[in-house]
Design a protein around this ligand. Structure first.
Ligand SMILES: [Zn+2]
Ligand SMILES: [Zn+2]
Length: 310
């Protein structure tokens, strides 16, 4: 099932429980506190090459978990793969600490279904934020993190995720989200300790490969929801305010070509032009060459021409 094939859902759903809002607050704020702590520690301790390598390594691996796994495979079915790679991508996506796989995909399908209209869970345009720079900033804040803390945010409709709940691999991963979050912090901590054979190395591994990396992956991913619905170019007709933004394209491993993506949600390739760098699509092409990905979907040049904005 794709976002294009889901049933339109017009009724508000149940409100988000207080416990979930508190959990969201903790998950959003703690990595930012860790970032502040690391900046303070930077003066007496510096930052080691080991810590930086753990940061970039974990950023890339869990980033692909979100872009190739959560987004292009599980939400949009833009390619197919076997159960082992499916499980690996689902676990890596879960290690980004952006919510369980079924919740993430459900909210994202809901976003495509209602993009920038009532029912979109995180549009910067739907809540009457007013005009001028203040209105833009309020919309930006809501799309970035504010929507996860709202009391009357609707939970996603179950009809968006029926296919995922029936998938045994996805259901197994979804039930163990806290295990993947724990591993996501434990792996860089243990590696930092073992590589440097020191407790300080373990702490820097935890901070840079764990908490700070989570903060960066969070805000780059969430910038696709906020920045890429405000600033950039719109070469395709997509019935919403989605934009192609080169900076987010680069940082978010190709996800910032967001107007292309809203025009062709089931395409495995978001950077549709040769100069639109899309590492996530390159990764899917590598998987295809290795025989690990099949039925990789990309719109024909005729379909692209049909949707091109005048
Ligand atoms: Zn969008
Ligand atoms: Zn999408």
């Amino acid at each position: 099932m794709t976002a294009e094939e889901t049933t339109p859902e017009t009724k508000p759903f149940e409100a988000l429980p207080l416990g979930d809002r508190i959990a969201n607050f903790v998950v959003i704020v703690v990595p930012l506190i860790a970032l502040a702590a690391a900046i303070v520690l930077l003066w007496p301790w510096g930052v080691s090459w080991t810590a930086l390598a753990l940061f970039f390594g974990m950023y890339i691996v869990t980033g692909f978990g979100v872009t190739v796994g959560y987004h292009r495979l599980f939400t949009h079915r833009s390619f197919e793969t076997g159960p082992v790679l499916k499980a690996i991508l689902g676990v890596l996506g879960s290690m980004s600490v952006q919510g369980s796989i079924i919740h993430w995909c459900g909210y994202h399908r809901q976003h495509h279904q209602h993009s920038d209209h009532d029912g979109d869970p995180h549009s910067p345009h739907t809540h009457g934020h007013g005009h001028g720079i203040g209105g833009v900033l309020r919309g930006l804040w809501r799309a970035q993190v504010g929507w996860m803390l709202e009391r009357d945010r609707p939970t996603f409709a179950r009809n968006y995720t029926a296919d995922l709940e029936k998938d045994p691999v996805v259901a197994w991963i979804d039930k163990r989200t806290w295990l993947w979050i724990t591993l996501s912090l434990l792996i860089p901590t243990v590696l930092g300790g073992l590589i440097t054979m020191s407790w300080a190395g373990a702490l820097l591994g935890f901070l840079w490969g764990g908490a700070i990396r989570i903060a960066f992956v969070h805000h780059v991913t969430w910038s696709v929801n906020s920045v890429c619905h405000i600033w950039g170019s719109a070469p395709f007709r997509s019935h919403d305010e989605s934009r192609n933004n080169a900076l987010i394209g680069l940082l978010a491993l190709g996800e910032g070509w967001h107007n292309n993506h809203h025009a062709f949600p089931t395409s495995a390739r978001h950077g549709l032009r040769w100069w639109q760098f899309d590492p996530s699509y390159l990764m899917i092409r590598v998987l295809e060459k290795l025989g690990l990905a099949r039925r990789v979907r990309v719109p024909s040049s005729e379909r692209q021409a049909e949707k091109r904005a005048a």
